[in-house]
Write a protein that binds this ligand. Structure first.
Ligand code: ATP
Length: 250
């Protein structure tokens, strides 16, 4: 993407974001609260149209004038796990994972169910979890179910908004390990927003720092965390301090 600008009414969120995500890489997105990380995921997943700039996905330039029918097949190649509302609480895990498949494919119902069960197994959930409702799952299992749903349509690009938020350090580390495994097994490209330094260091190849409406730097996590740019240095200083404050963290 080049020179992407995004606004909500008079509020400008992005003032010229330049960012390239390489096929097969895991890219982390960090930045202060309200810097527009989540909105950037919405732009990449074609849910929020930028007000200016150029966006290309899978090598194809997307035009703001494109109609919904043109965007649907592109959207299908992108799996998204958003921070909130990961799963429908009134549906079982199986029904949640089946939903994208029954909505966006012509597969017969028996195959839809079979594929959904495969995805549930793929994320390391026990088979019995399929019949459970979200409220009956632990935090770690919920996230896995969210990943299973995001993978329902075999996306090439997986976008994750703070996947390990709210998890204890052990579950968070297990989720990071799962993301690494899935990424390599399925050849996925990952873009993840995270405040979790462990995730940043164990999952990502490069990290983009979003600030002042732009990407201020892109570099491997180790490099970026040693940046002398004041805003970035402050961010990593605070993130390290937060680790020691977090219960069970550090
Ligand atoms: N639907 C919306 N309508 C109006 N403003 C919005 C909307 N969604 C986001 N914004 C604004 O866009 C800005 C960026 O929000 P965004 O959620 O992307 O930040 P973030 O970097 O993900 O923050 P955090 O780390 O706190 O989750 C914020 O100022 C927010 O208030």
């Amino acid at each position: 993407m080049r020179a992407i600008e995004t606004r909500f009414g008079a509020t400008r969120v992005h003032r010229g974001v330049d960012l390239e995500v390489r096929r097969g890489e895991a890219l982390g997105l960090v930045g202060g609260s309200g810097s527009g990380k989540s909105v950037l995921l919405s732009v990449i997943s074609l849910l929020k149209a930028p007000s200016a700039g150029e966006l290309a996905l899978f090598g194809e330039r997307l035009d703001s004038a494109m109609d919904e029918a043109t965007l649907i097949p592109v959207r299908r190649r992108i799996g998204v796990m958003f921070q909130q509302g990961a799963l429908f609480s009134s549906l079982t895990v199986l029904e949640n994972v089946m939903l994208p498949l029954s909505e966006h494919s012509d597969l017969p119902a028996t195959l839809v169910e079979e594929f959904a069960r495969l995805k549930i197994a793929l994320v390391g959930l026990p088979a019995a979890a399929a019949e459970r409702y979200p409220r009956e799952l632990s935090g770690g299992m919920l996230k896995r179910a969210g990943v299973a749903r995001a993978l329902a349509l075999d996306p090439e690009l997986l976008l994750l908004d703070e996947p390990s938020a709210g998890l204890d350090p052990v579950s968070a580390a297990e989720l990071d390990a799962l993301l690494n495994t899935l990424r390599h097994a399925l050849g996925l490209t990952l873009v993840l927003v995270t405040h979790d330094l462990d995730s940043l260091f164990t999952v990502t190849d490069r990290v983009a720092y979003l600030g002042q409406g732009r990407v201020l730097a892109v570099a491997p996590a180790t490099e970026l965390s040693e940046s002398r740019e004041p805003e970035i240095a402050r961010y990593f200083g605070n993130a390290r301090a937060a680790r020691f404050r977090a219960p069970g963290g550090g």
